[in-house]
Design a protein around this ligand. Structure first.
Ligand code: UTP
Length: 306
């Protein structure tokens, strides 16, 4: 039992990144030297997925282009002997991996985007990865950890993470019954509750393994908050019929849908980058030193003036 299909909803409007996302996808924004969506595809492949299903919109052609072969570019790099760059370009989509693109005609919400994947997913269990949640820093990628849980329990699995109480209003928050270390069964899920209404501080983040029953339930889901079809509502209905597990993954998650999270990802991944990490570390140390010196000089000046 293995998840073979991974769905990437990439048809959101990305309003928090406007104007950068006016004519191109948020998921194509690079973290250091790879677009966000490439990290997510790599994670899906590492977990054993073979078919990548992208839910796109009319402004997202760059995603299709990115995962396509560019024979002219490859021939040029080959001719110039740029072996490393050639491998980096070819590595974007390894052999044996296929891509399917489905248009979401209107940005009617994450739930609606996932329901658009039905013709490609059919009656198989499948994974969903939100590429703007970049998850790194663990020995085993997040989806591979979830795949292990799925193989053991044969049930839907949602990745969850503890968040500070003041942030519960940004997430789907779950109430759970523990099964084992880091693993629980979800008893209740609430979309974006205020801290005093949140049943816990366990937040659902952008990795899911779902059974195809979710498609029927999405069909029956009425538009919720903001007129959007919410995945959370369909998951709540799924919990009424099947076991849905919450898994606290190992690793660091960067919320690259927000500017601050995106910058953090760039700084931390930049520091670890084999090519520029050392130089970047020196630069940051120098910058911090200059700031501290500048801050000390400014406060001495204001003390003198006072
Ligand atoms: P977000 O909630 O981050 O929305 O979507 P967004 O439109 O991308 O960004 P903001 O909030 O306006 O800045 C979570 C994921 O669901 C996809 C997005 O592309 C993102 O990966 N999504 C969202 C769709 O594919 N279709 C939709 O209608 C909504």
């Amino acid at each position: 039992m293995r998840i073979r299909k991974a769905v990437f909803p990439v048809a959101g409007l990305g309003t928090r990144f406007l104007p950068a996302t006016k004519a191109s996808a948020k998921e194509i924004l690079p973290v250091v030297d790879k677009p966000l969506v490439q990290y997510a595809v790599k994670e899906a492949i590492a977990a054993g997925a073979e078919e990548m299903v992208f839910i796109t919109s009319h402004t997202k052609n760059s995603i299709m282009d990115h995962f396509d072969r560019d024979y002219e570019l490859e021939a040029t790099l080959e001719r110039k002997g740029k072996e490393e760059l050639l491998n980096a370009v070819r590595d974007v989509l390894p052999p044996g991996i296929t891509c399917v693109y489905i248009r979401q005609p209107e940005a009617l919400g994450l739930g609606h985007a996932i329901s658009c994947a039905l013709p490609a997913v059919g009656d198989q269990d499948f994974a969903v990865l939100l590429a703007d949640d970049l998850i790194a820093g663990s020995f085993q990628p997040c989806l591979a950890q979830m795949q292990r849980v799925y193989q053991e329990y044969g049930a839907s699995v949602l990745a969850v993470q503890r968040v500070p109480p003041e942030e519960t209003h940004k997430y789907g928050i779950v109430e759970v019954e523990p099964i084992g270390p880091g693993l629980s069964e979800i008893k209740n899920i609430v979309e974006k509750p205020d801290p005093d209404k949140a049943p816990s501080n366990l937040a659902v983040v952008g990795r899911y393994i779902l059974t195809p029953r979710i498609f029927k339930l999405l069909d029956r889901t009425n538009p919720g908050a903001g007129g959007e079809i919410q995945l959370t509502d369909a998951i709540e209905a799924l919990m009424g019929e099947q076991t849905v597990l919450a898994y606290e993954f190992e690793g660091t998650r960067y919320d690259c849908g927000s500017k601050f999270g995106y910058l953090k990802a760039n700084v931390e991944m930049g520091l670890q980058h084999p090519e520029i990490g050392a130089e970047f570390r020196d630069y940051l140390a120098e910058l911090t030193h200059d700031w501290e010196a500048g801050g000390a000089a400014a406060s001495a000046k204001s003390e003198k003036a006072g």
